[in-house]
Design a protein around this ligand. Structure first.
Ligand SMILES: [Zn+2]
Length: 648
């Protein structure tokens, strides 16, 4: 604050600042405690960051934040989380039409795709560009770069905001196999596509997924390895830990790629925290009311703050990996659509508590970027008199009436999103990139750059290796092929081939970069190639397999330890780890005769290695082709895989 001067009889006198700083003299509303230059300088910290936490208030425009603050804290109050981030800017949220022209009013799918991929797209589309090409998401890239990943929402986990991080699909409503067959046919598994949002989620395998939307997981897959089984059965078979209540969640002590956590606590969206009267025509003329606790609210062990804490604890435990976590407060938007001020406010307060959790972790950790923003603006407005549309009067924390207007749709219809820019606020390394006016797509680059993500997925799997436990095997004998270092692939296909023919080995999930196939050698002696191909990157790794009668195999009933001496004695017993530098370099000793020149030697595929993040979104070019490959091999897999029983 500038010291004021006064003139008395021509003599300049420095007046004490305090004489002008008394808040009562100015209405007591100023929020700055003196000059902020030093504090702002201190809050600007260079990246990189070890972790990024994005917290999204769906439909949380400036108006929705102000409505919630007025109601819960008073006009001069402060939301302890949302208002505490030191660096604040605004970003634009517009969408594109199919022909590339501007659409000024966006929705959650196009907007979530914007920050998830850095690429603007059409309303209703998830993480594909306007031509339908899949675009890599922050969550995918974080996983491919070796980070742990989490996705938390109070909505159905297939809803647009969480869905955009895990799926690429033209229509946001294609939650499960049923809707996908009907509305996204060309993207359905049975037609060679990537499958429904839920099926893509299971394949991507984030470490921690918490939200609603369990109903879709009771649907059965139409095609692929789990055709005829429910998505819950599929999740169990693929190694997920499933929980559906607060006690179950509290009992989970670890979540990783071997046992990722899928917590689905409601069939649909979470019930809201608060309830109150919906706005009506003339509603602002009625006596002001207060919001009340929703008796349907979930256990507080499932509040958004609790879920955020749990996700952070699991993702940050016992690891140097770093993590990317997205958290959504979904029903600010949904209750705004319903002209339900109390519902909307309670969800904003709920998100604010989650922001407080994230900030507490980030401050203690010192190496975490936290960003709080919205996907798009919404309808509610604070007005001074009863408007012609819908309205409601609430009594705020200060005991004053606040009139809230909903004027973008008739009573009983869904209120509309609005096209205003929205607030974006940040804390931690890289947070300076939210300042000023940015676009939603900038948040992708802010996050990816903070985490130093390599966006070239192919290069991340390029150092993959392949090892056979028995590079020489008797006709019809068993062998195991282990691919490692497939960091940017979620699944891999395998095959045994000669120049003339190929037999599929099936499809396997890639876990920590590793894919394991158990195959049966051809009955015809000869030289073969074993090839594993990453389903996402198209990276192929190949090694030789010699089939010869000279290679003895254990009798079917023999003890595994009673191996003949002609068996390879130096076969690797430990699976290769996921990092290329740890890949085995010693070839197992080949038994029998005629071991191929590359027998047992890992052969890394040579692929173009891209540079660091450029100024455009990363494109997943091989994805569609790889999906077709995956489907082609899928039918065979059923007989190749070992299945676990189990349902939820
Ligand atoms: Zn909406």
């Amino acid at each position: 604050m500038v010291a004021a001067t006064g003139l008395i009889a021509g003599v300049s006198i420095l007046l004490p600042i305090g004489a002008y700083a008394a808040t009562d003299d100015h209405g007591g509303a100023a929020r700055n405690d003196g000059d902020q230059t030093a504090a702002i300088r201190e809050s600007i910290v260079d990246g990189p960051a070890k972790n990024v936490i994005l917290l999204i208030g769906d439909g949380m425009g400036d108006s929705e934040i102000t409505v919630a603050r007025n109601y819960a804290e008073g006009a001069a109050g402060e939301l302890a989380g949302i208002d505490a981030l030191p660096l604040t800017g605004q970003y634009t949220t517009y969408a594109l039409n199919e022909d590339g022209t501007t659409n000024y009013a966006s929705e959650s799918a196009s907007t979530a795709s914007g920050w998830s991929t850095g690429t603007k797209t059409m309303n209703g589309s998830l993480s594909v560009d306007i031509h339908g090409n899949p675009q890599s998401t922050l969550l995918e890239l974080a996983k491919a770069n070796g980070l742990r990943t989490g996705n938390v929402s109070t909505a159905e986990i297939q809803d647009a905001t969480p869905g955009a991080e895990v799926a690429h699909i033209s229509a946001r409503g294609c939650y499960g196999p049923v809707a996908t067959t009907e509305d996204c046919a060309s993207e359905a598994l049975e037609n060679g596509g990537l499958g429904s949002i839920s099926e893509q989620l299971l394949t991507l395998r984030p470490d921690v997924v918490l939200g609603g939307g369990s109903a879709t997981f009771t649907e059965s897959a139409v095609a692929g390895d789990w055709a005829g089984q429910t998505l819950f059965e599929q999740a169990t078979d693929r190694g997920y830990q499933l929980v559906d209540d607060a006690a179950g969640l509290a009992s989970v002590t670890a979540a990783d790629q071997s046992a990722p956590l899928l917590g689905l606590f409601t069939e649909g969206n979470f019930p809201t925290r608060w309830v109150g009267p919906e706005a009506t025509v003339g509603g602002a003329d009625l006596d002001p009311v207060s919001c009340t606790e929703n008796p349907e609210r979930l256990d507080t062990g499932l509040s958004l703050a609790t879920l955020t804490d749990k996700a952070i604890n699991l993702l940050s435990a016992d690891t140097d990996q770093g993590f990317f976590l997205q958290v959504e407060g979904a029903s600010i938007d949904k209750r705004d659509h319903a002209a339900d001020a109390c519902g909307q406010i309670g969800e904003t307060v709920d998100l604010d508590e989650a922001v407080q959790s994230a900030l507490a972790f980030a401050k203690a950790d010192g190496n975490t970027l936290v960003v709080v923003t919205a996907d798009h603006a919404h309808t509610s407005q604070i007005v001074g008199s009863t408007p012609p549309g819908l309205s409601v009067a609430l009594t705020t924390e200060e005991g004053q009436p606040m009139l809230v207007s909903y004027g973008t749709a008739e009573a009983g219809e869904s209120q509309q999103h609005t096209g205003s820019q929205v607030r974006i606020a940040g804390y931690g390394p890289g947070a300076a990139n939210v300042l000023g006016l940015t676009d939603q797509t900038d948040l992708f680059f802010t996050s990816a750059n903070a985490l130093e993500l390599n966006t070239d997925l192919t290069s991340l799997s390029a150092a993959a290796t392949l090892v056979l436990d028995r590079p020489t095997v008797a006709p019809g004998g068993d062998f195991t092929a282990t691919g490692a270092g497939l960091a940017a692939d979620w699944r891999a296909t395998g095959e045994v081939s000669t120049s003339a023919a190929a037999d599929p080995l099936g499809v396997a999930d890639v876990i920590d970069g590793q894919a394991v196939f158990t195959g049966t050698a051809p009955t015809e002696p000869g030289e073969y190639q074993v090839t594993l191909t990453g389903a996402q990157t198209g990276v192929s790794i190949t090694t030789a397999l010699t089939v010869t009668a000279a290679a003895a195999t254990p009798a079917p009933t023999a003890e595994p330890t009673a191996e003949p001496t002609t068996e390879p004695t130096a076969a690797p017993t430990a699976a290769p780890s996921g990092t290329p530098s740890d890949a085995p370099t010693a070839a197992p000793a080949g038994g029998g005769s005629g071991a191929g020149p590359t027998s047992g030697v890992p052969v890394g595929a040579v692929m173009a290695v891209g540079g660091v993040l450029a100024a455009t979104g990363a494109q997943v070019a091989p994805l569609a082709g790889a999906a077709a490959l995956l489907l082609a091999a899928g039918g065979v897999l059923i007989t190749m895989r070992r299945r676990r029983q189990g349902t939820v």
